[in-house]
Design a protein around this ligand. Structure first.
Ligand code: KG4
Ligand code: ZN
Length: 382
């Protein structure tokens, strides 16, 4: 066996390996409570050869993600997932992992496994920003989608509207001033005793609210306030593009805690909460789309990514918003909205592809620090 120094990939200089059109990239996702692996072939159009995911159900009884349990579960889940994803496949030419933003224990677990494999195989390692992976995921679903496009990124930890101009170029239009929408939905579901993760549980329960007439629907909606309603309703240059969900959450908590349990109509409240969150997201996306179109004159569709984008009511509202602006809304498949490793492999592939065929590989990511906070643009709150 050659000495270790010969075996170790060059850590600080550009890898001598060249990008080749048919390379395989193995990716690991472990930023929160999904352990996931994927294998992507960078044929002219990215193609996912295999992907596996283990959602961590262990957090259910705590009503939220417990960071240490998450890290331990990633460690327990990864060997089997890697085995399944790599079974029968040739050795990958590069390994990628989400290196932030996320829970540090999970980042360490996933990135260490990925780096160990890259060292053993002597391949480059690509450190991927999890938010960039979400933001680029529409181009995995629709390879013909061109930059720039306007994206609503709404998940359990983040909320922003972004102009995505290249695989590494993002401009933020609006962001949440406090909670992320997924976080608010999770807390609301917990308050209403609906289980976890809250977004899908609340969506299901909201569907059981069956008003007998439009007035009942309006009355239910009036149970909770419209976030940032007083900040105007314009789509013009001065429009407020930000989001806020903590006041809504507090209003729900007051309603639930200050009423006798028997009198709490959980279906009406689930409907009202979901409606307020989704209308607010759609309004912010519409305003950002108006500004994006003024600035870019680009005739591109409206896109949404992140776990909350799996919500069907949000998709319906975004379709309406897009039509108002003469655009189309393209809904991502739900499995690509929530955390997954295919989007991480795709983001790594986008970076590699930007080098061009036969060009040196992008810098190895062995020395890239793991970052619990890693904003996509300088002005953004991670
Ligand atoms: O993107 P994601 O899987 O993880 C983060 O990066 O945060 O998003 C998870 C969030 C959770 O808060 C979950 O409740 C929410 O996405 N979510 C949904 C739906 N499916 C997942 N929210 C609303 N409706 C859904 N169908
Ligand atoms: Zn995510």
């Amino acid at each position: 066996m050659p000495p270790l120094s010969q075996n170790t990939p060059r850590l600080h200089k550009k890898s001598r390996r060249a990008y080749n059109l048919h390379m395989l990239i193995l990716a690991i996702e472990s930023t929160c409570d999904e352990t996931a692996t994927a294998l992507l072939k960078t044929t002219p159009q990215h193609h996912i050869l295999a992907q596996h995911i283990t959602p961590q159900t262990q957090h259910r009884r705590f009503g939220g993600v417990v960071p240490e349990i998450a890290a331990r579960q990633h460690l327990a889940n990864l060997p089997a997932l890697l085995g399944q994803t790599l079974r029968g496949q040739p050795q990958p030419g590069a390994v990628a992992a989400s290196c932030g933003p996320g829970l540090i224990g999970g980042l360490i677990t996933g990135a260490s496994a990925a780096r160990a494999l890259a060292l053993a195989w002597q391949t480059p390692f690509l450190a991927v920003n999890h938010l960039a992976a979400h933001a680029l995921s529409p181009r995995l679903a629709w390879p013909e989608l061109k930059f720039p496009y306007l994206l609503l990124l709404a998940s359990g930890g983040h909320c922003q509207t972004l102009a995505v101009s290249a695989h590494d170029k993002f401009r933020r239009y609006g962001q949440t001033l406090d909670d992320a929408p997924g976080e608010a939905l999770d807390k609301a579901a917990r308050l209403l005793g609906l289980g976890w993760p809250g977004g899908p549980a609340l969506e299901k329960h909201a569907a059981t609210f069956q008003p007998e007439n439009p007035q009942q629907r309006r009355d239910a909606l009036a149970l909770l306030p419209d976030p940032l309603a007083r900040r105007g309703d314009s789509d013009g240059d001065g429009a407020n593009l930000d989001f806020s969900f903590s006041g809504l959450k507090t209003a729900l908590a007051r309603k639930v805690n200050n009423s006798p349990a028997a009198s709490v109509d959980t279906a009406a409240l689930a409907f009202a909460f979901q409606e307020r969150v989704m209308r607010s997201l759609a309004r912010g996306a519409g305003r950002a789309l108006a500004r994006f179109r003024r600035e870019h004159a680009a005739d591109t569709p409206l896109l949404a990514a992140g776990g909350v984008a799996a919500n069907r009511r949000l998709a319906a509202l975004l379709s309406e918003v897009a039509v108002r602006h003469g655009a189309e809304f393209l809904p991502l498949p739900a499995g690509l909205c929530t955390d997954n490793a295919a989007m991480v492999a795709h983001a790594a592939g986008e970076r590699v592809r930007a080098c061009g065929d036969g060009e040196p590989f992008p810098d190895d990511g062995f020395c890239t620090p793991l970052r619990p906070r890693w904003p996509l643009d300088a002005g953004a709150v991670a």
